[in-house]
Design a protein around this ligand. Structure first.
Ligand code: MN
Ligand code: MN
Length: 453
């Protein structure tokens, strides 16, 4: 049952290193789901993909993309066989844990101005203080105008952040349990400290509003229709003296999104089955809403494609879904040498050992999981072995230690075969997550093998 290292498979690491430069650029620019979609559109168009709306019919080899509300994208290479025979689908999510600005966020306290936030996804709150943070998002005005917010990631931008108590006065704080050391309501972003001389009250807040009006042309009330995300500032960087890893924000799950997307974009030959990568939003909060995996958006796009193929009816759509196969491309928990106690080593994922198959995720008695069928696992093993792909199998941790979920079960509800297959990560959901460059490249190769089968 020994799984070999990806590093041992290659004579030189040029392909691994080159591929990861593209990935680092993608997550550095893609700090939000919207920005990931923008980057994905650029990559897709460069690879010759055209918007779904521009097609009058589809034929084998056509390269199609579709965007949903700026937060979802699906790319397709139409296969030689009819869609009804099923698609090979790679599904990943592009939302990551973060802090969202509240609708009425701005206030002043002791001559500081702050923005109130509500955290998104599962975070250890204490990890988000005393680090440089950036603001990314959009503000929609009543007249339909959209303002892009992008503060903290350019070289000369200011950054924002959340303060923590000095250790000298932390006697009481340090007695608290880790989930109470920093509480959700205290994750407020400091944004200013200069008073506006002409204001009557809340002079520092007034000055921040003056800057917002001058630079971004919106008023305080426009926060009501804004979507601004607070994320770690700065670029994704090489990690380790040997540059073997990437440190960055949002590997979960943009690392599987990028590898899935580029696998479809890079297909050299027309595949037998239509190849698809779908990048969804809202996974970290339950895959809900119009842009989450539970949305009918994806099925609607499949229906559109069937119609463009001249074959749409409800029964054909159902056949298409039942005959489809999917890798739910989401990150897995890598073994951390400093926290060995949480893993059962025979069934754990290691950085550098390639793509991870999770037959099931879930918690306690596999609660909430997609439990992949063994015949489908045999099919995947065969593809990976035939293509010399390094893969490993794992659970998220020891039984009863915790757990997690992905979008796997949602697509499986359409009666298609689905298994979780992704990249192991250290520090999952922390502001700085770690992946192995070897696994990033190997996952790309694995996804390419799957959609080429
Ligand atoms: Mn994930
Ligand atoms: Mn996650």
């Amino acid at each position: 049952m020994y799984r070999k290292s990806v590093w041992d498979k290659f004579d030189n690491y040029e392909d691994i290193m080159t591929y990861n430069e593209g990935y680092k650029s993608f997550i550095t620019k893609g700090k939000t789901e919207r920005l990931c979609v923008n980057e994905a559109i650029k990559l897709a168009e460069k690879a010759g993909f055209k918007p779904l709306e521009t097609f009058k019919s589809v034929k084998p080899g056509d390269k199609v993309y579709s965007v949903n509300r700026g937060k979802n994208i699906a790319v397709f290479v139409i296969g030689k066989e009819s869609l009804e025979n099923g698609l090979n689908i790679l599904g990943a999510h592009i939302d990551s844990p973060r802090l969202d600005i509240k609708q009425n966020p701005l206030y002043e306290s002791t001559e500081f101005s702050l923005l109130d936030t509500h955290y998104y996804g599962g975070i250890k709150k204490y990890q988000w203080v005393t680090i440089p943070l950036a603001l990314h998002g959009v503000v929609y005005k009543k007249d339909g105008k959209v303002i892009d917010i992008n503060i903290g990631d350019e070289e000369n931008d200011p950054v924002v952040g959340i303060s923590d108590l000095l250790v000298h006065l932390s006697g009481d704080q340090l007695q608290k349990t880790a989930n109470k050391v920093i509480e959700g309501e205290d994750l407020d972003i400091m944004v200013g400290s200069i008073p506006l001389k002409t204001a009557d009250k809340d002079k520092v807040k007034a000055n921040v509003l003056r800057i917002i009006k001058e630079k971004y042309d919106f008023e305080e009330e426009d926060f009501l229709s804004a979507e601004i995300e607070v994320v770690p500032a700065g670029k994704a960087r090489d990690y380790g003296l040997d540059r073997s890893m990437v440190a960055g924000y949002g590997h979960d799950d943009r690392v599987c999104a990028y590898t899935s997307l580029t696998a479809v974009l890079d297909l050299k030959e027309v595949p037998n089955k239509t190849a698809c990568a779908i990048l969804v939003d809202k996974e970290e909060v339950g895959s809900i809403g119009a842009t989450g995996a539970q949305s009918s958006y994806f099925i609607n796009v499949i229906a559109e494609l069937l119609s463009l193929e001249g074959k749409y009816n409800d029964l054909v759509l159902r056949h298409t879904l039942t005959n489809s196969k999917m890798l739910s491309s989401d990150v897995s928990a890598g073994v951390d040498p400093l926290f060995l106690g949480v893993n059962e080593m025979k069934n754990s994922a290691f950085l550098g050992k390639g793509i991870v198959l999770n037959k099931y995720t879930g918690s306690r008695g596999k609660g909430g999981c997609n439990d992949a069928n063994p015949d489908f696992i045999a099919y995947i093993r065969k593809i990976f072995d035939n293509n010399n792909i390094c893969f490993q199998t794992a659970e998220i941790g020891k039984v009863d230690q915790g757990g997690g979920g992905t979008i796997a079960y949602i697509l499986a509800n359409y009666n298609m075969n689905v298994i979780d297959a992704g990249i192991p990560v250290l520090n999952m959901h922390a502001p700085m997550e770690i992946v192995s460059k070897a696994d990033v490249y190997e996952a790309y190769c694995a996804y390419l093998a799957f959609i080429s089968a």
